[in-house]
Design a protein around this ligand. Structure first.
Ligand code: RIB
Ligand code: CA
Length: 321
């Protein structure tokens, strides 16, 4: 059974691999991509997404979204360097792919999300793998779309694992208010956290296998993954060394085969006023204590089957259009 998907991305290197997996998996019908400020300024995320779509000859529209978080940059000093014009080590700025020939859609990402869901039969999974600004704005502007969203599969957050600060994961940290709106929207949510993505790693051996497969997507993924491994070895070495998570691709794989992650149904909310914990996903795992108890609202993926993930990605990226 094919799942219709709209991806909301901040295309950097793992978003790029996730987009290729969505396009090339026979289990997914990627009907649209929306871009948001995150790994790089939104206009670069848009160009990068168009480069990926053109490179694998996919016919998927790309719509540009928000350049800034809802409110996080209004407090002086709260979100320094957002948007980030400094190319970061893991993503760089423009992806090393030919300049895009196709153009972005002529409406804003938020309008596209609202229109797509209102016109839909309620069968399009929403897969945000960047900051949640576009998604939160769409929900606020047109709450009637919620009944039309069957599930939201988010790459973001962390329980024991974080990356942006000692308390928070990047996608949530960039726009905590947006994340809080989405976590509390009442729709089925699967949150694929860093705890899971750090158990689903590409190694240099994975990259060799991808190069041996030799399709445009597998060679491109190998190149981006090698770049990620070198960067992670410098800034956030994995325990096993010489490896890197491909965060966003795990979220996509969890749609194709839910067994690739293991989840707990728990209450999740997002810190928006903490000085030290701004953007933290607060996961009430064991429902300890009895103050302010809230019912579970999110299926939180805290573990992954790393071998299954790699096998799935090798298989998917061996496809071409
Ligand atoms: O923290 C990892 C997430 O932040 C990934 O989605 C990566 O692409 C960045 O957006
Ligand atoms: Ca991303």
């Amino acid at each position: 059974m094919t799942t219709k998907v709209i991806m909301d991305v901040d295309t950097g290197t793992d978003d790029a691999i996730a987009i290729m997996a969505s396009v090339l998996s026979p289990e997914i019908d990627l009907i649209g991509i929306t871009t948001v400020n995150g790994n790089c300024p939104v206009e670069i995320c848009t160009e990068n997404s168009l480069r990926v779509v053109d490179y694998i000859k996919a016919n998927v529209p790309v719509y540009e979204g928000c350049a800034l978080p809802l409110s996080a940059t209004l407090t002086p000093g709260r979100k320094p360097n957002i948007p980030s014009y400094e190319p970061n080590k893991i993503h760089g700025a423009y992806l090393d792919l030919p300049e895009a020939k196709s153009s972005k859609g002529n409406i804003n990402a938020v309008e596209y999300l609202i229109h797509s869901y209102l016109e839909s039969d309620g069968d399009i999974s929403l897969v945000p793998v960047g900051p949640l600004t576009n998604v939160a704005l769409a929900i606020r502007q047109a709450p009637e779309i919620l009944d039309k969203i069957p599930e939201i599969v988010i790459m973001g957050g962390g329980h024991h694992v974080n990356n942006c600060t000692s308390s928070a994961e990047f996608n949530i940290w960039v726009d905590p208010e947006a994340a809080r709106i989405v976590m509390n929207c009442g729709r089925p949510i699967r949150l694929v956290t860093l705890d899971a993505t750090h158990e689903a790693l590409f190694t240099m051996n994975t990259c060799e296998k991808l190069r041996d497969i030799g399709t445009p997507a597998s060679i491109c993924a190998a190149s981006f993954a090698e770049h990620r491994i070198n960067a992670y070895d410098q800034i956030q070495p994995m325990e096993s060394g010489a490896s890197a998570p491909i965060h966003d691709a795990l979220a996509v794989c969890s749609i194709i085969n839910p067994d690739v992650v293991s989840t707990v149904f728990a209450h999740v909310d997002v810190e928006t006023i903490g000085e030290l914990t701004d953007g933290r996903t607060v996961v009430d795992i064991d429902r300890s204590g009895d103050r302010g108890r809230k019912p579970p609202n999110v299926h939180v993926a805290l573990h992954a089957d790393g071998d299954l993930f790699v096998d799935m990605m090798l298989d998917i990226l061996s496809n071409k259009l």
